[in-house]
Write a protein that binds this ligand. Structure first.
Ligand SMILES: Nc1ncnc2c1ncn2[C@@H]1O[C@H](COP(=O)(O)OP(=O)(O)OP(=O)(O)O)[C@@H](O)[C@H]1O
Ligand SMILES: [Mg+2]
Length: 325
């Protein structure tokens, strides 16, 4: 049995708003095996970033983790006090974001910022921290690391800034790297380079949770994929199996929308209907409002997350009718 670095069980995040309680993360299940890249894909607003923040312990008031477990190497970190959670961040679990500029201090040289990350978690001299930073800059393939060490963030390209962020995230050799849309702000050539770098880190033993709304990015990079819809994981499988034989109507809809673009179609074939209002979720399947295969049972009961084929899970009553839409 392969080792599991991260296992998220039934994770729930709720917000108390003036209009009522909304649950953007609603019983999420995720598993990241050691040395694998697992993707999380879904439309804007489905709860991907909120899930990542909950794993990091970074949900801000009025949001709150209201249920579930977050197991890091088998230990439930969801129950740890804030001080211990903080010690894990950057050391055991790190996160990088879409726009590195928002996470970097504009008035401090980037090398110094990575040094600070080293010194936050390890007792070492300034000279040792600098040596580690330069070593990591080389590992993430920043050209001329000594020169770049003394640059301010605005003096670097978007791709180099993202490499600096990855260096900072990786400097303490975390067990898990969460990358939330790490290439969305970059052009396609630089995107390809950053994805290659994530694969290199994976091959070096770091497990990666890669969040993206871009199926192309997921297909190219991930070993396994979880598909998210309205705060729930609706399908999970190995990448090849999921793309070849998608089980959930939502996944099939996502794949069709990409296929129509590839075929040169001018308009993206979207999935009909609207994303459900999180304030008024029905008791049935959240996708029933948009699903071409929806029956009366789907509106009445929420399907369980079931293993349909070995390692391939879906939350749908209609998986066996695949391809008959
Ligand atoms: N402060 C808040 N109060 C209430 N609801 C919020 C708050 N922040 C986010 N939400 C809701 O949480 C849901 C999930 O948001 P999240 O940022 O996780 O989506 P996402 O999948 O990362 O989307 P994107 O692809 O656009 O980044 C959204 O529907 C949003 O409306
Ligand atoms: Mg997001």
């Amino acid at each position: 049995m392969e080792q599991t670095v991260l296992e998220v069980k039934n994770l729930t995040v709720s917000f108390h708003t003036e209009k009522g309680v909304i649950t953007p993360v609603n019983g999420v299940w995720l598993r990241v095996p050691a040395g694998k890249i697992v993707g999380v894909v879904g439309e804007s607003g489905c709860g991907k970033s909120m899930t990542a923040r909950a794993i990091m312990g970074l949900i801000k008031f009025p949001g709150k983790v209201t249920g579930g477990e977050i197991l890091l190497d088998g230990r439930n970190i969801a129950v740890l006090p804030e001080k211990q959670r903080r010690a894990l961040r950057g050391a055991e679990i790190s996160m990088i974001f879409q726009e590195p500029m928002t996470s970097l201090n504009p008035v401090v040289k980037v090398g110094r910022q990575v040094d600070e990350a080293v010194r936050l978690h390890t007792h070492c001299t300034r000279a040792e921290a600098k040596r580690k930073t330069l070593e990591m800059f080389r590992e993430v393939e920043i050209p001329e690391p000594e020169t770049r060490y003394n640059c301010y963030p605005h003096q670097l390209s978007g791709g180099l800034r993202q490499r600096v962020m990855i260096a900072m995230a990786m400097i303490c050799r975390p067990r898990l790297l969460i990358a939330d849309e790490p290439t969305t702000a970059l052009d396609v050539t630089v995107e390809a380079q950053i994805l290659k770098l994530l694969e290199k880190l994976r091959d070096g033993g770091t497990s990666v949770l890669l969040i993206s709304h871009n199926l192309g990015v997921i297909a190219r990079t991930c070993d396994e994929v979880s598909v998210m819809y309205a705060g729930r994981i609706v399908e999970h499988g190995e990448t090849a199996a999921l793309f070849e034989k998608p089980l959930h109507p939502y996944t099939r809809g996502l794949l069709r929308s990409v296929a129509s673009l590839r075929a040169g179609g001018e308009t993206l074939q979207t999935i009909p209907g609207v994303v459900p209002n999180l304030l008024h979720l029905s008791k049935g399947c959240a996708f029933s409002l948009r699903c071409g295969q929806c029956g009366a049972d789907c509106e009445q009961n929420a399907p369980e997350f079931r293993e349909i084929a070995p390692g391939h899970f879906a939350r749908c009553f209609r998986t066996e009718k695949e391809g008959e839409e």
